[in-house]
Design a protein around this ligand. Structure first.
Ligand SMILES: [Zn+2]
Length: 248
């Protein structure tokens, strides 16, 4: 069930049975020569839609731009400052909590968002602790990375081994190919990208990783793999989401 495709009466009925909501959060940044700029938002968004069906969860509008200053030397990449993302996440939670939502499950597609998302949770808890607003039930927030479950990890190792890499990974490119087969790019690669050697500013990133990838060989990606990753992630996350709803 998607919030954007629901009426207010449907949301009111949903709230009678559940106070949880899934919020996909990603980034708009280069993903190498065959990876889409929207990769980090597309992956959690398509996985969230299926998770919504599997776990009976409502899915909020995706936060499609995130923390990506280090990608700005590549055309098309966009970035929020950490303070902007914190404010955005806080406003998502505060506005939804007014209706009775109190379990906020941020489904993340971008490693660069993790530190800032945790800072946003600290801001949100500060609001409650400092009595800006009294909640009937304590607000709980969780950040879940779509790739962190056992099923996805196993598949990454099985299909790609070390070629999975750290950025523009084979698995995430596969998921976008499954989601948008019409946008698949055919590109010849010379080989695996440079290994991770640190991330600093945008120009430094482009010097270290000239085509944008880190340690990956996403010519191995296929839409069929993408479906397997999608299914594995939904299974991993459905269990994690149910545990989150039950947590005190
Ligand atoms: Zn990514």
């Amino acid at each position: 069930m998607q919030l954007q495709l629901s009426t207010w009466q449907e949301v009111e009925r949903y709230l009678e049975g559940s106070t949880g909501i899934v919020i996909p959060i990603g980034s708009a940044e280069q993903h190498g020569p065959n990876g889409l700029i929207g990769t980090d938002a597309i992956c959690p968004e398509v996985i969230a839609r299926s998770l919504g069906e599997a776990a009976g969860a409502l899915i909020a509008p995706t936060i499609s731009v995130g923390i990506a200053q280090h990608h700005l030397a590549f055309a098309g990449s966009m970035c929020l400052r950490p303070s902007t993302l914190i404010a955005l996440m806080r406003d998502y939670v505060v506005s939804l909590s007014r209706h009775g939502f109190d379990r906020f499950y941020f489904l993340n597609g971008h490693g660069g968002n993790i530190a800032t998302a945790n800072a946003a949770f600290a801001e949100i808890h500060s609001d409650v602790s400092m009595l800006v607003r009294e909640a009937p039930r304590p607000i709980r927030c969780r950040l879940a990375n779509w790739w962190d479950g056992k099923g996805v990890k196993k598949l990454q190792a099985e299909l790609y081994g070390d070629d999975e890499g750290q950025h523009a990974t084979c698995s995430e490119v596969s998921v976008t190919q499954y989601a948008y087969p019409q946008a698949i790019k055919r590109v010849n690669f010379d080989g695996r990208a440079p290994e991770y050697s640190g991330i600093h500013d945008a120009d430094d990133y482009r010097r270290r990783y000239p085509d944008g990838r880190i340690g990956s060989l996403p010519s191995l990606s296929t839409p069929e793999h993408g479906k397997r990753f999608h299914d594995a992630a939904v299974a991993d996350l459905a269990e994690n989401y149910r545990n989150f709803l039950e947590a005190v």
